[in-house]
Design a protein around this ligand. Structure first.
Ligand code: FES
Length: 178
């Protein structure tokens, strides 16, 4: 499929999401709706399996009356936005200095090996993926990862084993929104 075809692909935003975007836009004057972009992208990502495809980003640009490139540059800058599909449980490991000093790199390697994926890949059952991020502001609890809306801290291989098992058993709360 060519890029043009991808861009032309239609995407569905729910009435709830469209209403939320309209409400977010209302907080800013006409011509300044780009100010709502960060929040709108979070909402759009939440509704589209936790990642932002080109058609979804283009729809956001259309709704905010800005250029698609203005959306792409924000999405590609912040690691909280996913530019390709992720697993239901997306382990986002901090890879910055404090976490690295406390074994993050070994832990990432351990987790990837256990799941049989490389960083950025999704397990065949769609359950897990691994990505790395810059500092998540929990340096005192290193090494740590973010899973959905929650942090998991002072991680060890044993804790990763338990976290993975608990995810498989559906026992891990990872998303606080209804
Ligand atoms: S260095 Fe990992 S949370 Fe700050």
């Amino acid at each position: 499929m060519g890029l043009t075809e991808v861009i032309k692909e239609d995407v569905k935003f729910s009435d709830k999401l469209l209403a939320r975007i309209a409400e977010l836009k209302s907080h800013f004057p006409e011509g300044k709706h780009k100010s709502a972009l960060i929040t709108v992208l979070h909402e759009a990502q939440d509704e589209h399996d936790n990642w932002l495809s080109v058609p979804v980003m283009d729809k956001v640009a259309e709704l905010l009356n800005i250029l698609p490139i203005e959306v792409y540059e924000v999405v590609s800058f912040y690691t909280m936005y996913n530019q390709k599909p992720v697993g239901k449980y997306s382990f986002e490991f901090c890879r910055t200095s404090c976490c690295c000093l406390r074994g993050a790199e070994d832990l990432i390697e351990y987790t990837c090996k256990k799941l049989g994926v490389e960083e950025g890949q999704v397990t065949p059952d769609g359950l897990f993926s691994v990505k790395t991020t810059e500092c998540l502001g929990a340096c005192g609890y290193a090494p740590m990862l973010q899973l959905g809306d929650y942090y998991h801290e002072f991680l060890t291989p044993e804790k990763m084993d338990k976290l993975i098992d608990d995810c498989k058993a559906g026992k891990v709360e990872f998303y606080s929104k209804g």
